[in-house]
Design a protein around this ligand. Structure first.
Ligand code: ARG
Length: 291
């Protein structure tokens, strides 16, 4: 799919934003070993070997630079042989100093579990026990609502349907299971993004009927920001919010206006190379200090 590039709506990064002022810690992993080496989602089909490392590096750095003006960034060392490790959203789910380390469904990504576990341990997170045989792909499939104490939890492609109940038991926070039905939107964060104030940026057709109803009931119709298939296919829902700015790969003018109206500043950070692996802005980050 091709279309004219939307003009960048970039706010100048606030000068000298000191880490002490940043309220959020975000984990990222540099793309030193990034590439499309195997196919575990539809975006990766026919993309093996096609991600350009240098461009990926520039794009990743630009995202990190933009984010660093609004959040404290943390980094985990990239590992050879773990090309998807850049997608730290899948490291696990961190909450109040605790972490559930991911149990990947895709065998290709299992080696990452060890690297992420070691990092969390070293940083003093308390690891919650998780059953070996239940797949859970971390904050890729578990998203904290920003207005109510609940965790939206996607399942159907990567994360097992048993995961939401388990997470609720472990973290003591209510979870809402949402069934994903479109293989292009295989992680919840590819099609759903809770924003402060209770706003919900999402692509309705990625969910089964029951889940669409749960979303509307729990969030409230007036808080929904449904996106078109065009925006969804540019990973507009794969957005990271930090202090009122919403970082995303791309968005139509209509969606950018909608975000402005809801009080947010969209910041476009093009991520074409990561797209080839099926990920964009949100996938490249993990919020560590969810409460
Ligand atoms: N190639 C990676 C995979 O299929 C992409 C992960 C994207 N991450 C995310 N949180 N949506 O696992």
């Amino acid at each position: 799919m091709k279309r004219a590039a939307a003009p960048l709506l970039l706010e100048p990064a606030p000068q000298g934003a000191a880490p002490a002022l940043a309220t959020e810690g975000i984990l990222m992993c540099a793309p030193d070993h990034f590439g499309v080496d195997y196919v575990i989602n539809p975006w990766m089909e026919r993309q093996i070997g096609k991600a350009e490392r240098e461009l990926a590096e520039l794009q990743w750095k630009y995202l990190a630079e933009q984010l660093s003006a609004r959040a404290r960034l943390r980094f985990i060392a990239p590992q050879a042989g773990a090309p998807d490790m850049v997608f730290t959203a899948n490291a696990g789910l961190a909450f109040a100093g605790m972490v559930i380390v991911s149990r990947f469904r895709a065998p290709e990504r299992r080696p990452e579990e060890r690297w992420f576990r070691e990092w969390f341990r070293k940083e003093g997170f308390k690891e919650a026990p998780w059953p070996e045989d239940i797949a859970f792909e971390g904050a890729g499939d578990a998203l904290f609502d920003r207005a109510q104490p609940l965790i939206w939890c996607g399942h159907g492609w990567r994360t097992s349907k048993e995961a939401p109940a388990l997470i609720e038991n472990i973290l003591g926070r209510s979870t809402v299971g949402l069934r994903l039905v479109d293989p292009r939107f295989y992680h919840l964060d590819t099609c759903f993004c809770p924003l402060p104030g209770g706003w919900l940026l999402y692509y309705p057709q990625a969910f089964d009927h029951d889940s669409q109803q749960k979303i509307a009931t729990l969030a409230g119709e007036e808080k929904l920001i449904p996106v078109s298939e065009e925006d969804a296919m540019f990973f507009a829902c794969n957005a990271v919010e930090a202090r009122g700015a919403v970082f995303l790969n791309d968005a139509t003018q209509a969606l950018q206006r909608r975000l402005h109206e809801a009080g947010f500043t969209p910041v476009l950070t093009p991520l074409s190379e990561f797209f080839k692996a099926g990920g964009a802005a949100k996938c490249l980050t993990l919020k560590l200090d969810e409460r």
